[in-house]
Design a protein around this ligand. Sequence first.
Ligand code: FAD
Length: 560
Amino acid sequence: MNRPPSASPRRVLIVGGVAGGASCAARLRRLDESVEIAVFDRGPYVSFANCGLPYYVGNVIADERALLVASRQTFRERFNIDVFTDTEVTAIDREARTINVRAAHGHVQRTERYDALVLSPGAAPIRPPLPGIDLPGVFAVRSIPDSRRIRSWIVDRRAQTAVVVGGGFIGLEMVENLIHRELSVTVLEKLPQVMPPLDAEMAAPLMDHLTASGVRLHLGDGLARIDQRDDGGLMVVAESGARLPADLVILAIGVRPETELATQAGLRIGPRGGIVVDAEMRSSDPNIWAVGDVVEVPDVLTGQETVLPLAGPANRQGRIAAQSIAGRPAHFRGVQATAVVGVLGLTIASTGASEKGLRRAGVTGFERVYLHPGHHAGYYPGAQPIHLKLMFSVPDGRILGAQAVGREGVEKRIDVIATAIQFNGTVHDLADAELCYAPQFGAAKDPVNLAGMLAENVLSGDMPLADWLELDHTQAVLLDVREPDEFAAGHVPRTVNLPLSQLRARHVELPRDREIWICCGVGQRAYYATRFLAQHGYRARNLSGGYATYQALKTAGRVA
Ligand code: FAD
């Protein structure tokens, strides 16, 4: 950073003292004892666990103090960092290198000088200007006081019904916790699926699970307004005119970067609405850094700028800004959207690009495989399926993204694939990965290995894929190689049943002049059948993921 001509100590001021701001402050002190560091937060706390807020509402975390990771006193005593809570930063004067600060509920302003300024103000919940949006009983979840108000409302009003508007991460975590509080919950979501970052068919098992858990899903319909009912409750009115009664409403329709200060100061804002920063997290002003939910960063897979409001990137960016301010090498590699959410016993995790994200970004030349292995060896009791989808580029096999849903072991697999992506890994690396195995934890061929092997089979031509999305139009023979009782329990329309166990004896019944698209339960027997038929001169293709994937695609409306 530029040193002022005076001999006074360098001053680093930080706006926002939670994920990005607090990690920046603490790292900077570890790197440099000589700087003065002050953190300003307009809220009553710094360094609190916003990710824990839904669980505080659900009383899973019963004691509010558990959410406080570090106090003002800790910062002062342990790190010699001044923390000013309930203190809002209202303006930046870039010329004078000062900020204006004001006690949150007061009028008196004071000016603070900086040599380096770090902005980590986060992102604000979106509150569309719709009638009734500010009625009592309509909440967003961002702070400890927000959560406290929701808890009180549930108790004081003896709330029994809730509508959660928005079926993304925070919305679904709130669903889980409101169910813990024994409320009856409806999700109102504008898209036809929950968890918008997932491909629709990967959200299907989650939607089935929510419905089976008693959550009502009102999908493909937006919020129009919220009315006050005569009995004191609320009525959520959807764009379709549907009316959803509620004792409380949670707004979880996304967040927007808090760029007011940056905009007023003339810092560059990018097309996604976040502050533009370089790899050192430096903004368009060389004396101002920005980190966390407020910035735009490159997506390492698509190369496009994105905003990714997650705690991991915010913490790492805070650390990188500190390195940069301290004059050390610093480089943020970009994001790949690795995320996980748990909902009523189900885990949903993803990393890298989704199929729809790739298509949106205009990426072509990729393939996808589906698989549904157990989370550990099938012979050990309690194996739970993991529904896994892997996207990779063709022909080099570079891993582009993965999504997984299941009850156990889901995030472990996604974390392995996320790490492989970080090292520019290919599907061959997944096939070769040496991972933990004992019967209660995994399998000698772990789901990660299997995903890599399947993808390798596609790349080598050993397992040509048929496209599920072409199912309705194809002239191919659709062949189901499961046993007749399995076939009778449910199958893809127009398929003929010839079990794998009879295929060697009866394959001559199949035509040689048409493609044969092969399906089974989860894809494994279809793969064996594909290999057998291909080696006997048939034009065989595999419908990846089998009937389990078909059902998910059907629930998602991607096949008829
Ligand atoms: P924040 O942590 O939001 O901190 C910004 C702070 O700046 C706030 O305290 C704000 O009051 C203060 N501020 C803003 N403007 C000013 C100003 N002008 N003056 C002074 N102070 C100001 N991420 C995950 O990865 N996993 C999760 O499970 C997860 N769960 C979440 C659950 C909830 C309910 C929420 C709200 C978020 C969750 N997140 C999760 C997201 C994660 O918390 C954020 O990505 C992360 O906190 C962003 O860090 P930040 O420093 O950019 O902003």
